[in-house]
Ligand binder design. Structure first.
Ligand SMILES: Cc1ncc(COP(=O)(O)O)c(C=O)c1O
Length: 493
């Protein structure tokens, strides 16, 4: 069956020669057609075979796009009748009808820049941020808010004008000192407090690095699979992305990769996101030597290494860097709570001054009293004791989850990997499994998991799996939530 409006729209916008893989391109075009109301609610999509024939692409490409739309709730399957656009796209995202006509007839939508489009089209943040098994979210209910509010009252008692006017870009000095002290001990980071610049988290640290150190067209090596947020931010900054394979020892560039010298190398060496491997010592040395020889910047994202339960605890990459090539990033999103929006960037000494100026010019520094509260929280020992307590709590949640996995899948091809550290593990699935479809069915059954294939540069090359966060699930719910998930997985095996 032909859907004329859709066919015209797709034939007009689908580009077979684009660098974007066909399945991703089709998925984005269909999603855009739904959001822009080119396809209205309850419209029936053509069968995958018809659409594949029409666009002269493989049926698998269409199936992938449909699965992804299903997983995200843009369309729904009605048994025996086909796939229909759901009736849940909120009115606020709908464009007025004239704008729809303009959007359909021109290849350049009227409002967003090219950069804006890149950002929105590759958006990866999940709507659900709490409950079984949302990855990457700590148990915020355990945060000692009574201590925090006491410290906050203290710093608010008589704030100095400095705390309430525009602040200096590097951040509140006692907090920079507390972070430097902590990082020296916990992560062997080699720094003085002046090298620590306070930011609103790793996303902002990355944004600063891009604005101050990159030019459009620069090349970035990015782990594959990779944290979607970092990849999207680098891409949106105009960088060319080169996905680099990850193996059991971390980033694994091949001979061809080495000939394409990047300006940036983005890595999560202490706990690769999402697979969970630790970058080995030999790999670290090679990477640092290569960066030194070719003047590359290594971005070390050390987002959750506080939570290690077993395996090799390795110090930071930064402490092995004798050529000032590493930009080290950390965050309080995992150790305390994501809504705090505080993180830090440890810079080579020569970059401190321009970065502090950069913060002043771009963001105007502030939140001094929140930083002062955090400084008190750290210097009075509450930070390290909170981490210690949470590590024990997460370790026992992890053990419950591993036990549940063992009970249902021991001796099968469904295996857990990456469970030595962090807030999630990866459940590897047999290669024929469609992790998008499983995640969609699990969501319908009330369990949130993220498909591993989402984290790969090219979905066609992706290994199927599921990211299961165990930190924000109460211990008592783990076994029953996993049983629901296991039932869904078994239906796909
Ligand atoms: C690998 C990685 N880096 C960075 C972040 C985000 O850090 P922030 O909240 O400080 O921006 C996340 C969040 O999940 C992450 O998984």
């Amino acid at each position: 069956m032909r859907t004329p409006i859709l066919s015209d729209y797709l034939l007009q916008h689908f580009d077979k020669h684009s660098a974007v893989p066909s399945n991703q391109q089709l998925y984005r075009l269909l999603r855009k057609a739904i959001l822009d109301r080119v396809l209205s609610a309850n419209t029936k999509l053509p069968s995958s075979r018809d659409l594949a024939n029409e666009l002269l692409i493989s049926r698998n490409t269409v199936l992938y796009a449909y699965e992804q739309l299903l997983a995200e709730g843009y369309v729904e399957g009605r048994s025996g009748s086909g796939t229909f656009v759901t009736d849940t796209v909120p009115e606020v995202v709908a464009l007025p009808s004239k704008a729809i006509a303009d959007t359909v007839s021109s290849s350049a939508p009227p409002t967003l820049s090219h950069r804006g489009h890149q950002l929105v089209e590759h958006a990866g943040a999940a709507l659900q941020q709490w409950g079984a098994f949302v990855p990457g979210v700590p148990d915020v209910t355990q945060f000692p808010h009574h201590i925090w509010s006491r410290l906050q009252n203290k710093v608010w008692r008589k704030p100095s004008p400095d705390a309430l006017t525009y602040a200096r870009g590097g951040g509140y000095l006692p907090l920079r000192e507390a972070i430097a002290d902590y990082l020296k001990i916990a992560r062997s980071v080699d720094c003085v407090p002046e090298q620590v610049v306070i930011t609103a988290g790793i996303h902002q640290s990355l944004d600063l690095c891009m604005r101050l150190l990159s030019d459009p067209g620069d090349l970035a090596w990015v782990e594959d699979p990779c944290y979607w947020g970092a990849r999207n931010l680098l891409r949106t900054s105009g960088l060319r992305i080169r996905p680099i394979r990850v193996d059991a020892e971390g980033l694994c560039p091949d001979a061809e990769d080495y000939t394409q010298v990047p300006r940036f190398i983005f890595v999560t060496p202490s706990h690769q996101y999402p697979l969970g491997v630790v970058m080995g010592l030999a790999r670290r040395r090679i990477l640092l030597e290569y960066a030194k020889r070719h003047d590359c910047w290594i971005i070390e994202d050390d987002y959750d290494s506080e939570f290690r339960y077993s395996g090799r605890p390795l110090a930071s990459l930064q402490c092995m860097d004798n050529a000032n090539r590493v930009l080290y990033m950390g965050t309080f999103s995992k150790t305390l709570f994501p809504g705090l929006r505080l993180g830090y960037l440890v810079l080579p000494p020569t970059l401190v001054k321009p970065f502090v100026t950069g913060v002043d010019e771009l963001h105007r520094a502030g939140h001094v009293l929140t930083q002062a509260t955090l400084a008190e929280f750290m210097t009075q020992g509450f930070f390290t004791s909170h981490i210690r307590r949470m590590r024990a709590l997460y370790a026992s949640r992890l053990a419950s989850l591993q036990e549940s996995i063992f009970r249902r899948f021991d001796g099968t091809a469904v295996t857990a990997i990456g469970s030595d550290a962090g807030l999630h593990l990866v459940l590897k699935l047999p290669s024929y499994c469609n992790d998008m479809a499983i995640a969609r069915d699990a969501a319908q059954a009330g369990v949130a998991v993220r498909p591993l294939s989402l984290y790969y540069h090219d979905a066609d090359q992706a290994l199927p799996g599921l990211l299961l966060g165990y930190a924000c699930v109460q211990q008592a719910q783990i076994a029953s939530a996993f049983d629901v998930l296991a039932g869904v997985i078994e239906r796909h095996l």
